[in-house]
Design a protein around this ligand. Structure first.
Ligand code: SF4
Length: 282
């Protein structure tokens, strides 16, 4: 019997929010994994803090709600403790590119085998509209009423420089491609990074700009670092340049958890350790 992935939690995302599309794509990936024989008991979804994080409430799967900026180290710890698990980590742009930036860079550097989906709406939505590291210069929000005077970072360039082994960009209005990129990230052995241009319907709705500028990569060689850099640099999260969607870069590298030849704890020891922690909490 296939698992019903819907929970009974009341959904509080705004109508039109791009988080719905990301959740739909993640569910599609999970259903395909299950159909291919993977037990969904062996899949863990980790989220950070922010609007995106409610995906853990709304998806009927093992999940862990981390604190702000710490979704990646939690996902890393889960993978190291049990390398047999498939770990999907969802984070916001504030989570991944601001408070959690060091964790992001080290996850790419180490090539830990997790899939990171960044819900990059380029605004802090949950706290009602402050600028984030990918907000464009001049962004008018609650914390920058005169307009932000900072240029945004380009997370794809950052990940290429950090030696990430799978670098992709999706868009919440291109759902088939989005699901394909997440599925590719899950299948990839190593750190898979997918920056998703996510519509925030309430505080930063970029639908018109994205629809005008996005295009899907064709005739692009994802094994070429130089080509990936060129595609990543076409759009700097600020300008009106074309925005490439798809898999920019993929390489084979030693995977971090493979450097630990045996699981850190065998199953029985792990169960006992968990029991001991639970006992201490009582
Ligand atoms: Fe989505 Fe933005 Fe509403 Fe948050 S504030 S739920 S990101 S539309």
């Amino acid at each position: 019997m296939t698992r019903n992935l819907v929970t009974d939690a009341v959904n509080t995302w705004c109508p039109g929010c791009g988080n719905f599309a990301i959740q739909h794509a993640v569910k599609g990936v999970l259903s395909d994994l299950e159909a291919a024989g993977t037990s969904l008991d062996d899949v863990v979804l980790v989220s950070g803090i922010g609007c995106h994080a409610k995906i853990a409430d709304y998806t009927n799967i093992n999940s862990f709600y981390a604190i702000h900026g710490r979704a990646i180290p939690v996902a890393t710890g889960i993978k190291l403790a049990n390398p047999d698990l498939t770990v999907i980590c969802c984070a916001g742009d504030g989570d991944a590119y601001a408070e959690g930036l060091d964790h992001l860079i080290f996850a790419a550097k180490r090539n830990i085998d997790i899939t990171l989906v960044v819900h990059d709406n380029r605004v802090y939505g949950l706290t009602t509209g402050q600028y984030t590291p990918t907000s464009p210069a001049g962004f008018h929000g609650k914390s920058t009423p005169q307009g932000s005077n900072e240029d945004p970072i380009n997370p794809l360039e950052l990940m290429l420089a950090a030696n990430a082994s799978y670098v992709a960009r999706g868009y919440t209005k291109k759902m088939a491609l989005l699901q394909e990129l997440i599925a590719g990230g899950v299948a990839h052995r190593g750190f898979a990074f997918i920056d998703v241009l996510q519509i925030c319907a309430t505080f930063f709705n970029q639908t018109a700009q994205y629809n005008r500028l996005v295009y899907e990569l064709a005739d692009h060689d994802p094994t070429s670092f130089a080509s990936a850099c060129a595609k990543a640099r076409e759009w700097d999260y600020n300008s009106d340049a074309p925005i490439a969607l798809g898999l920019l870069y993929k390489q084979k590298r030693q995977v971090f958890d493979q450097q630990f030849p045996a699981p850190i704890l065998v199953q029985a020891d792990r169960d006992q350790a968990i029991q001991e922690v639970l006992e201490q909490r009582r």
